[in-house]
Design a protein around this ligand. Structure first.
Ligand SMILES: Cc1cc2nc3c(=O)[nH]c(=O)nc-3n(C[C@H](O)[C@H](O)[C@H](O)COP(=O)(O)OP(=O)(O)OC[C@H]3O[C@@H](n4cnc5c(N)ncnc54)[C@H](O)[C@@H]3O)c2cc1C
Length: 773
């Protein structure tokens, strides 16, 4: 007789203890049940079905390849099991332990009773570090380590099982009577599943996670810098043990490796501690399943009303739809509604605002969020909702100030404008508190206070004061903190990192510094394309923004560059540079950053000379590659260019380094990075300028007339791949720097360029520079 494996929230074949256990016993039947009580549950969103079906489709294929079909059935679990058992009696039932919601908890109890009644053994191996029937929290961390510290187990090589059963179909939204999914999922349609889970883990551990510690909380960076594994852990397309194991392997590899970026060690440690929290918070629900409905701390349980009265109902609707008049709250909510994901801090902010500033019932708040999290994990979710709402009583209460968060986390309003299109017309100074926009600015921008965007729904200073008083009064009911001590005994973390996470210990100095840095650090633009087959996360979801226009940019450049300038990454790059300027000198001065494009309109370009980044000394850079401002000493590379010019065309070397005369004749003097911090060459590399200047080169490449590209040095030569049109001419040589001048001097680029231009009927460049600039 076969052994039944019942897949639930473990939709994978690797590190699947139930599947391996059943396979070791003999033939296998694999089953998934669409349960009406789950998909009709208020926490279930149509997006969950889309994700589920993708994962099931991949699992079905994988099981097919291993030799068994995935049976898809619909109905109440016990009824489905009974019907299947009648068709094909099976000799044991295997399923991973689940710490789910109240409905799945009750369902599992019914299944146990049914299996017992049939005399069927029901094996439930654990799949994470949550301990069933935990006796004491004191030993929890060791039990976690014993389970999660071992190596993940590979998928079975082959499975045997009965072949005659009808497999059943994936059930669509229409089949189940659900509306279609309206969220935009951060992967390609149909891509969710075990393969994507591993690609996401790989890209995080090898690329995206390098600056995790600093970037995980900022709304500008978190969506790329966080692992984004939560949805995989929630659907079980990846086991937690696999994540722990891969993280530790990577940590071992980067520790002590002089080649590795030093930020990795700290980021990976920080990430690993969160993998403990995953189970730490789920353990609370496992130990006390009623916490979905009941406050963990009895003295605080009735702190807020349970029902929504008329006023609360209006506040709830405003909060739930992202229209409270507090831009950070609304931007977070709208991002959640659109995408199903937020980083931790933004989730906490939403709960804090709803339960403290708006004093809404925690259950109603929690249900709305759970429905919209793509990664809804009831154990983490309800623990966090209660904690953030101040219901647990063992942590310091943290009430977030949404306006301060907005200013700290998003000083230029990039995130706010991204999700609140109505604020895009506002200058940054008003974007955090739009109701303070003065009439003159309203007249200029067309923004109408109270009409374009709601007024603040409450006066948060008053409501926070009231909330604090209510908390104090409630806590006074437990003057000796006896109840709080009991809650701690049962649910409190015994590990320092977790204590800090819960706010019961003040952060270490290093952590404090990290937080300050994280909030003040300029955020690098998100990486639009991830390797290892991982599709874009949210970059594709940015609503259309009005195009960025750069003052004095010739119209032809504006036209071809507007797609790249419209991307959020470009706005974030400009915001980054603006922030850098506030903190110290950045070269060239702001009006000269795009001088190369100002002086050489696209249609005039005949020659392109590529440089790296601007001169980093005071007064040198003027926005043109290799060129220095009149009056500045001629730098060594440029002196070699003068030497070559003399040797090649007999031009007398001028006393200055101002190359504007070339730019005006159609020589595009383009650096690949357009700004630099004083005294720090390369300091603005990899911030997004490369994408912009690549777009410039591509635009020139697309011109129908011949253009000559002078690529000097390895970095410039790498751009040759962008020059694909056969009518252009590429002349490569060493960099004119004294370090490589031997490969530059004698290359005769100027006469060769003129020859190529002449041949194409584009005239010659008068390369000899005037004696005076
Ligand atoms: C009110 C509220 C509700 C939440 N609901 C959920 C939920 O339903 N499902 C869920 O997975 N997480 C939840 N979290 C925790 C956390 O916000 C998410 O785990 C995280 O944002 C997911 O993104 P990530 O996988 O990129 O996280 P990363 O930062 O890359 O973390 C990796 C993993 O560590 C775990 N983790 C990280 N932070 C926490 C935390 N604070 N508590 C517990 N585990 C953590 C998660 O499994 C996460 O996937 C909630 C937080 C709050 C404040």
């Amino acid at each position: 007789m076969p052994h039944l494996v019942w897949f639930k929230r473990d939709l994978r074949i690797q590190d699947h203890a139930a599947l391996l256990g059943a396979a070791e016993c003999g033939e296998v039947l694999a089953l998934y049940v669409y349960e009406p009580e789950q998909y009709r549950h208020p926490e279930f969103h149509p997006a969950h079905l889309s994700v589920l079906n993708d994962a099931l489709a991949e699992l079905r294929e994988q099981l097919d390849e291993l030799g068994v079909a995935l049976l898809l059935r619909h109905g109440e679990a016990v009824a489905v099991l009974e019907a299947l058992w009648r068709d094909v009696p099976f000799s044991s039932l295997w399923a991973h332990q689940e710490t789910g919601n109240w409905v799945s908890y009750q369902r599992d109890r019914r299944v146990h009773t049914w299996a017992k009644g049939r005399g069927l053994p029901f094996y439930e191996p654990p799949q994470n570090g949550v301990v069933r029937r935990l006796r004491s929290r004191d030993t929890w961390a060791e039990e976690w380590e014993a389970r999660m510290g071992s190596a993940p187990r590979p998928a079975p090589e082959r499975l045997r099982g009965p072949q005659h059963l009808p497999p059943g179909d994936l059930l669509t939204h229409r089949d189940l009577g659900l509306p279609e999914n309206d969220k935009v999922l951060p992967w390609l349609p149909g891509a969710f599943g075990e393969h994507l889970a591993h690609a996401t883990l790989h890209s995080f551990l090898n690329e995206r996670g390098v600056n995790y510690t600093r970037e995980m909380s900022s709304p500008l960076t978190a969506e790329h810098a966080c692992s984004r594994l939560s949805v995989h852990l929630a659907f079980g397309t990846l086991s937690l043990r696999t994540v722990v194991h891969a993280t530790r392997q990577r940590l071992a590899a980067v520790t002590g490796d002089p080649e590795a970026d030093p930020r990795w060690v700290r980021s990976l440690r920080s990430f690993e501690s969160r993998l403990h929290w995953h189970c730490h918070f789920m353990q609370r629900l496992e130990s006390e399943p009623e916490m979905e409905f009941r406050g963990l701390n009895p003295t605080l349980a009735d702190l807020r009303p349970e029902e929504l009265d008329e006023v609360a109902q209006a506040r709830f609707v405003a909060w739930a739809s992202g229209r409270t008049g507090y831009p950070m709250v609304d931007a977070c909510m709208r991002m959640l509604l659109a995408t199903g994901w937020l980083p931790f801090r933004m989730r906490a902010l939403l709960v804090s605002f709803a339960t403290e500033q708006l004093w809404l019932p925690w259950r109603a708040v929690g249900l709305h969020l759970a429905r919209h999290w793509l990664d809804n994990e009831p154990g983490i979710h309800w623990s966090q909702v209660q904690m953030q709402a101040g219901m647990v009583g063992i942590n310091t209460l943290r009430i977030y100030n949404p306006t301060k968060q907005a200013r700290d986390q998003d000083p230029d309003g990039v995130f706010l404008r991204r999700w609140l299109p109505e604020l895009r017309v506002l200058p940054s100074v008003y974007v955090h508190e739009p109701h303070l926009t003065p009439p003159l600015v309203q007249a200029e921008t067309g923004f109408r206070v109270g009409e374009s965007y709601p007024l603040p729904i409450v006066d948060d200073r008053k409501t926070v004061r009231a909330a604090k008083q209510r908390h104090q009064q409630a806590q006074a009911r437990d003057p000796e903190r006896e109840v709080a001590r009991q809650v701690y005994e049962r649910h409190g973390s015994r590990k320092k990192a977790q204590l800090r996470a819960e706010g019961r210990m003040s952060p270490s100095r290093r952590e404090q510094r990290a937080t300050v840095l994280a909030s003040s650090a300029p955020s690098p633009p998100p990486r639009p394309v991830l390797s290892h087959g991982q599709p874009l996360l949210f970059d594709t979801l940015v609503p259309e923004l009005p195009p960025v226009t750069l003052p004095r940019l010739p119209a032809d450049w504006q036209a071809v560059l507007s797609p790249v300038m419209q991307r959020s990454a470009f706005r974030e790059l400009l915001a980054f540079v603006a922030l850098e300027r506030e903190q110290g000198p950045v070269y060239p001065p702001e009006p000269e950053v795009f001088v190369a494009l100002h002086l050489t309109p696209l249609k005039a370009v005949r020659v392109v000379i590529l440089g790296q980044d601007p001169y980093h000394g005071p007064g040198q850079a003027q926005g043109l590659a290799f060129s220095v401002r009149p009056g500045m000493r001629v730098p060594p590379s440029l002196a070699n260019i003068h030497r070559e010019l003399a040797a090649d065309l007999g031009c007398p070397p001028p006393r200055h380094g101002d190359l504007r005369a070339w730019a005006r004749q159609g020589v595009l003097l383009l650096n690949t990075v357009l700004t630099v911090r004083r005294g720090e060459p390369g300091s603005h590399a990899n911030r997004g300028w490369e994408t912009f200047t690549d777009a410039v080169i591509r635009a020139v490449n697309a011109r129908p007339e011949r253009v000559v590209f002078l690529l000097w040095g390895a970095q410039a030569r790498r751009k040759a791949r962008l020059i694909t049109a056969p009518h252009h001419v590429v002349l490569e040589a060493g960099h004119p720097s004294p370090l490589s001048a031997a490969r530059f001097l004698g290359s005769r680029p100027f006469s060769q360029a003129n020859a190529a231009l002449r041949e194409a009927g584009r005239g010659e460049v008068a390369w000899c520079l005037p004696e005076r600039p």
